[in-house]
Each structure stands twice: as structure tokens, then as C-alpha cells.
Design a protein around this ligand. Structure first.
Ligand code: NDP
Ligand code: 8X3
Length: 253
């Protein structure tokens, strides 16, 4: 049984990760900002869950998070850096809100980096552990309106690879798990500021991946023997593919 710390466990991937890890026989420290949803998870799984409110942009709380846990939950075997968001719809960069940009950087980059820095030393000391960072295909493939969101996920990819560079020879694994189009989460609702119709339109006429598919993959990563490091996983539904560069043509007729 492993102790797995999941950020952003109150919805979407994080909730699916928590449920799957517990079904696999592990125990989960489930974190997020929405206390009532954490309480629901705790009620569902009892002793297999330690539910703690944590806003990853509150760097003071992140830095003291480990010491705030009950003693018997402080040895973390797996850290899943999942909390994240795209904000501001798909407005072009010149119309985007700087407040949204700063929030994405604070959540998707600074929160992830600080929590990693808090958890990593104990893993190095024990020479065992695993970090699964949730990146995105948006970190690799550009699309209109992705600007800072995509750039934060590019950071997640390179940070993950660079961590392994420091950890080479140690039994501490790091994976950047990069999904593409995924439904079954609040991602698009959050991106479009609560507009359900715009959020639904993202998945209209598609068969997207579901949060449970990402959880299945994370569960596989955790189950692998400790000498195997999967550096990067890029997952898309079959209805999605990288479709080349955009060309803007002048009106020729
Ligand atoms: P959700 O919006 O459903 O989940 C996001 C989670 O992050 C929530 O639990 C939310 O909890 C938490 N969160 C947001 N901000 C903070 C914060 N400041 N501190 C702590 N927790 C926070 O979306 P997904 O499940 O889809 O997204 C999970 C991850 O997957 C994100 O990093 C996203 O970028 C990435 N991703 C999503 C894809 C998709 O298509 N859905 C594809 C590729 C990657 P709370 O509000 O309670 O804090
Ligand atoms: C979420 C996938 O394509 O909306 O990271 O950016 S996408």
C-alpha cells in the first residue's frame, strides 16, 4: 500500500485518481480548495483518505503542508501534481487578462514547483518515490487561445525531464502525463468562466477521453516496477490528432 498525495482532488482527474488509487489498495491524501467536496470524498472512503484543504497558490501553506499532516501520513510514496486550470476562455493573447495569466502561472507552475520541492527531499533520503506531473498536449502543440496555459504546460514537461536529470541513478521516478481532449471534468467550465454551453461545445460530436482513462494510466504508472521510468506520456482520443501548421491565406478570388 502506497501513500499518494493528489492535488486538485475535488473534481475531474484528481477525484478519478483518488478513487482509482484507493480501489488499487493505496491510500490518498486528497487536497484542493473546496472543503465540502473534500468532505464528500472523505465520507466516501473513510480511513483510506486524508482530506486536507490546500490552495497550491498559497505558497506559505504549501511550504508547511507536510508538517501540517498527521505524523502517520507524512511519508509520501507518490506525488501527483494535478491541480491546474486554463482561464479566460480562448481569447487571443492581446485581449487576455493579466490576472488570469498570473493565476495560471501561480497554479500550474509555482504551486507545482513548490510542492515538489517540499516533498522531494524525503524521497531522496529514502531513495524511493514517484512524481506524476499532469501536463497537457497544449504544452507541445500550439493552438489559438492557449498562450499562457500552453506555456505553463510546456514548463511542466521540461521541469519533469530536468528533475529526472538530477535524479538519475536514484529510484525516484518522474513522469509528465500529457492528455489531450478529456471530458468528465470541470476543465472547460472553468476555462469559460462557468459558461456550461461553451464548455459542452468543446466536446460536441467527439468521443473524448474521460477522467477515468487518465486515472487508469496513472494507476499503471504507479504499478510499474521501481526501475522503470516513463518520462512522458501523450494521450489523445482517436477523434483528435496533431493536424499540422495553420496557414492564413489572403483572399485570392
Ligand atoms: P478540473 O477543473 O475538474 O480540476 C482541476 C482541479 O484543480 C480541481 O480539483 C481544483 O480544485 C484544483 N485546483 C484549481 N486551482 C487550484 C488551486 N489554486 N489550489 C489547489 N487546487 C486547485 O479539471 P481537470 O481534472 O480536467 O484538470 C486537472 C489537470 O489536468 C489540470 O492540471 C489540467 O490543466 C490538466 N489537463 C486537463 C485536460 C482536460 O482536457 N480536461 C487535458 C490535459 C491536461 P478546487 O477548485 O477545489 O481547488
Ligand atoms: C487541456 C487540453 O487541448 O484544451 O490541457 O489545452 S487542451
Amino acid at each position: 500500500m502506497k501513500t499518494i498525495l493528489v492535488t486538485g482532488a475535488t473534481s475531474g482527474f484528481g477525484a478519478a485518481f483518488s478513487r482509482k488509487f484507493i480501489r488499487d489498495g493505496h491510500r490518498v491524501i486528497a487536497t484542493g480548495r473546496r472543503q465540502s467536496l473534500l468532505a464528500d470524498l472523505a465520507a466516501e472512503y473513510g480511513g483510506a483518505i486524508c482530506a486536507r484543504q490546500l490552495d497550491v497558490t498559497d505558497l506559505g501553506c504549501v511550504d508547511s503542508f507536510l508538517s501540517s499532516l498527521p505524523e502517520e501520513w507524512r511519508k509520501i510514496d507518490v506525488l501527483v501534481n494535478n491541480a491546474g486550470a486554463a482561464l479566460g476562455g480562448l481569447e487571443p493573447a492581446w485581449k487576455a487578462s493579466l490576472i488570469d495569466w498570473d493565476k495560471m502561472i501561480a497554479t500550474n507552475i509555482s504551486g507545482l514547483v513548490h510542492l515538489t520541492r517540499v516533498i522531494l527531499p524525503q524521497m531522496v533520503e529514502r531513495n524511493e518515490g514517484q512524481i506524476i506531473n499532469i501536463g497537457s498536449t497544449a504544452g507541445h502543440y500550439a493552438y489559438p487561445g492557449a498562450h499562457v496555459y500552453g506555456a505553463t504546460k510546456a514548463f511542466v514537461r521540461q521541469f519533469s525531464l530536468n528533475l529526472r536529470a538530477d535524479l538519475v541513478g536514484l529510484q525516484i521516478r518522474v513522469t509528465d502525463l500529457e492528455p489531450g481532449l478529456v471530458s468528465g471534468s470541470e476543465f472547460s467550465k472553468v476555462r469559460f468562466g462557468g459558461d456550461e454551453e461553451k464548455a459542452r461545445a468543446v466536446y460536441a460530436g467527439t468521443k473524448p477521453l474521460m477522467a477515468e482513462d487518465i486515472a487508469e494510466t496513472a494507476s499503471w504508472l504507479v504499478s510499474l516496477p521501481s526501475h522503470i521510468n516513463i518520462n512522458l506520456i501523450e494521450m489523445m482520443p482517436t477523434c483528435q490528432a496533431s493536424a499540422g501548421l495553420a496557414v492564413k491565406r489572403e483572399q485570392i478570388f
